[in-house]
Write a protein that binds this ligand. Structure first.
Ligand code: MN
Length: 714
């Protein structure tokens, strides 16, 4: 039964960690932590027969594969010393610092579960995970690595235990890994769980994969060669990989009634390129040679999944009539897809890891927190467990707003849940729903990729009690209930408080700190209001925006420049008549680019804002204008927004991208807008001058699917 696995030593760990943690002092400290843990665990053995220290060492090794930071690696080495040895948390804090101490105590707490009835045990578990997450997500990531190594050595346990652990892993840990976007860990956990839960199914699939392997390998290899040649002809630097499908994902598809022989993506390729633009270009080139299957094209670059995943997916008829699922993404996107967004950023930008983790998971935490708050009094234990299981951990669907924003909802969600998720006000003024251009009943069960439009009316009398039966999400039900249980004023006050809290959270501020006595006075004075509740009330009933309140205390900051944008708004781009040094901004209503006729507008306290002379916003501002010119030496690219109206509902993104790639512009973002009878694309791109842009507009209007192309002025 024993599997040959490499026995790791501390040198292996230092080797792998040293690849991304470069300070020798840090590595020395990791060694010291290891020596301590080894001494503490000496004389202890795992059920597998190994010395116990092999376990924490392996957990740390797993963490290096997702580039975890030094504190996480150290905490992984120490994660069992409090539970299994005589160390105390305070001893660890004293020896190795507060950060590591906190992580170790977090993991230890997670491991101390109270077994009683199954539900109670789950509640305890979920609560601990939630608390752990809100304090420091690294605790959960260490726990995931711990779980993974335990699963890898599960063969050493008796069968009953195996099944129990595998079930736990599949229900709790794999979904959490998915939510954090750590694909590597998620899919190994799933495969291992399946192997112990349903060994027959697992080995059956594995065997089928094996017997067809040779044939598949050859086909994949030939296809790989074809695609490589094709991309090289077009000078696209790339790497191409045949891709192994996980056994669990095949199992999932079989469960849904698909036949083994029909599963498209058994034959799969992944293409890695350098830039986002090359992704689209590669896609266009591949489609020009291999016919794509309609409706299998997915653009997760323009519309990333909520866990940060980005990639283009397409399925084409490849060689010998085999279907190939092809994924195209940049190296960076691949890193995120494999290791999770948090570890990627921490690693790439050498940021304080704990801060990055906190930021990227903030949205998810709010989900957890909302349920935690509910659980406190309003819900039975059973409801609590069910709602966590349904809404947080399992089976989410992704649907779209008409603008193309992704909304994540639990399976079984209805348009009511969608409306309330967009905004409570949308939910409360909802009168109907349109899904994929047809009117549906409010009880319609939303499906993946549905495009949902909510019809609202000012005259709506609010939700009906019937909706409580139709809504799926606990959050929705709670909002509906609170509509009925409170009188209006209270409701508005609460709503106002919520939106202020949300707005402040974006700025990383707590509502308590913000509303100091002094600040309340200042706001009330400015807006002629009467105390804190009155402020909440005015925000809640829509008379005053949350941001307006905040800006009274904190004057507006400039909008941050888009990350990665290949442009710096340099003062030297624009020459202002008669003035030497002055702050200059390009207006983001009309986005002027070199070659455009431009006029400067003198703002109050924010320098000169440059508009196109035809911008309608200027007519209001006439007497504060100043003459400006483009600096002819500028060689930057500038943002321009182009809207392409097609005459069809078919996805024409590929044709459009192909045209765009013929002109020297960089695409930043493409938004697909679904109209009733046409698709409209809004493209944010960077271009050096108006001549190039005009050439692009011309090229695009030559496409037979294009009805009209225009530059946007907002
Ligand atoms: Mn452990």
């Amino acid at each position: 039964m024993t599997k040959e696995r490499k026995v790791y030593t501390i040198d292996d760990l230092i080797d792998k960690t040293g690849k991304y943690i470069t300070n020798p002092k840090d590595l020395e400290e990791i060694k010291k932590v290891y020596e301590y843990a080894k001494q503490k665990h000496s004389g202890q053995y795992r059920k597998s027969g190994e010395e116990f220290i092999a376990h924490p060492l392996n957990v740390a090794m797993i963490l290096t594969s997702i580039y975890s930071d030094k504190a996480s690696i150290e905490a992984a080495l120490l994660h069992d010393v409090v539970e299994d040895c005589d160390s105390s948390t305070s001893e660890i804090e004293e020896m190795f610092g507060k950060e590591v101490g906190k992580l170790v105590s977090g993991v230890t707490q997670l491991s101390r579960i109270n077994f009683s009835t199954e539900n109670e045990y789950l509640i305890e578990y979920y609560k601990k995970i939630i608390v752990g997450m809100s304090e420091d997500v690294r605790v959960i990531i260490i726990k995931l690595a711990d779980c993974l190594h335990n699963m890898r050595t599960l063969w050493a346990l008796p069968e009953v235990k195996q099944k129990e652990k595998a079930k736990q892993t599949l229900e709790i840990f794999a979904p959490i890994a998915h939510h954090l976007g750590i694909h590597k860990i998620k899919s190994e956990l799933e495969d291992l769980s399946l192997r112990y839960l349903k060994p027959n199914v697992f080995y059956d699939i594995a065997e089928k994969l094996n017997t067809t392997k040779l044939e598949r390998d050859n086909t994949v290899y030939e296809m790989q060669q074809e695609v490589t040649n094709l991309l090289s002809e077009h000078h696209i630097n790339h790497e191409i990989k045949g891709r192994a499908k996980s056994i669990y994902s095949i199992y999932n598809k079989l469960e849904k009634g698909r036949k083994f022989s029909d599963i498209y993506d058994l034959l799969a390729l992944r293409i890695l390129v350098n830039t986002e633009q090359e992704c689209y270009l590669a896609l266009g080139i591949i489609h020009s040679k291999f016919r794509p299957i309609p409706k299998r094209f997915k653009d997760y670059i323009a519309m990333p999944k909520p866990n940060g995943y980005q990639s283009l997916h397409t399925t084409v008829f490849g060689l010998d009539g085999y279907l190939f699922e092809i994924q195209i993404r940049t190296y960076d996107m691949n890193e995120v897809a494999e290791n999770g967004i948090a570890s990627h950023w921490a690693y790439k930008e050498h940021k304080d890891a704990s801060q990055v983790f906190k930021n990227t998971t903030e949205q998810k935490l709010q989900f957890f927190k909302a349920i935690m708050e509910l659980s406190e009094d309003k819900m039975s234990s059973e409801d609590f467990v069910n709602s966590v299981r349904d809404e947080v951990l399992n089976n989410n669907i992704y649907v779209f707003t008409p603008k193309g924003d992704v909304i994540e909802l639990p399976k079984g969600a209805t348009p009511i849940d969608f409306a309330y998720r967009v905004h409570t006000q949308v939910g409360e003024s909802m009168v109907g729903a349109i899904v994929n251009n047809s009117i549906v009943p409010l009880s319609y069960e939303l499906q993946n990729n549905d495009i949902v439009k909510i019809n609202t009316s000012k005259n709506s009398s609010g939700p009906s009690k019937e909706w409580l039966k139709i809504a799926k999400c606990t959050q929705t039900k709670n909002k509906i209930k609170s509509f009925f249980s409170k009188n209006e004023k209270e409701l508005y006050i609460e709503r106002g408080k919520n939106s202020l809290e949300k707005e402040l959270r974006k700025k990383k501020q707590s509502i308590v700190n913000f509303f100091s006595e002094e600040n309340i006075k200042k706001i009330c004075h400015e807006l002629k209001l009467d105390g804190l509740d009155d402020i909440y009330l005015n925000v809640g009933n829509g008379k005053c925006a949350a941001s307006t309140i905040i800006h009274i205390i904190e004057p507006k900051e400039e909008a941050p420049v888009v990350k990665n944008a290949p442009v710096r708004r340099n003062d030297a781009d624009i020459i202002v008549d008669g003035i030497d040094k002055v702050k200059v901004n390009l207006a983001n209503c009309c986005n002027p680019i070199p070659g455009d006729d431009i006029i400067g507008y003198i703002t109050k306290g924010n320098g000169i804002s440059v508009h196109r002379s035809i911008c309608h916003n200027l007519s209001l501002l006439e007497n504060r204008t100043v003459t400006v010119h483009w600096n002819e030496k500028t060689n930057q690219k500038y943002l321009s927004v182009v809207v392409i109206y097609t005459n069809t509902l078919e996805n024409k993104l590929v044709d459009i991208i192909q045209k765009i790639s013929m002109v020297d512009v960089s695409v930043q973002k493409i938004n697909t807008i679904n109209r009733i009878d046409q698709l409209v694309y809004e493209v944010d791109l960077y271009v050096s001058c108006v001549d190039k842009l005009n050439k692009l507009l011309q090229e695009l209007s030559k496409l037979s699917c294009v009805e009209k192309v225009e530059r946007v002025i907002q």
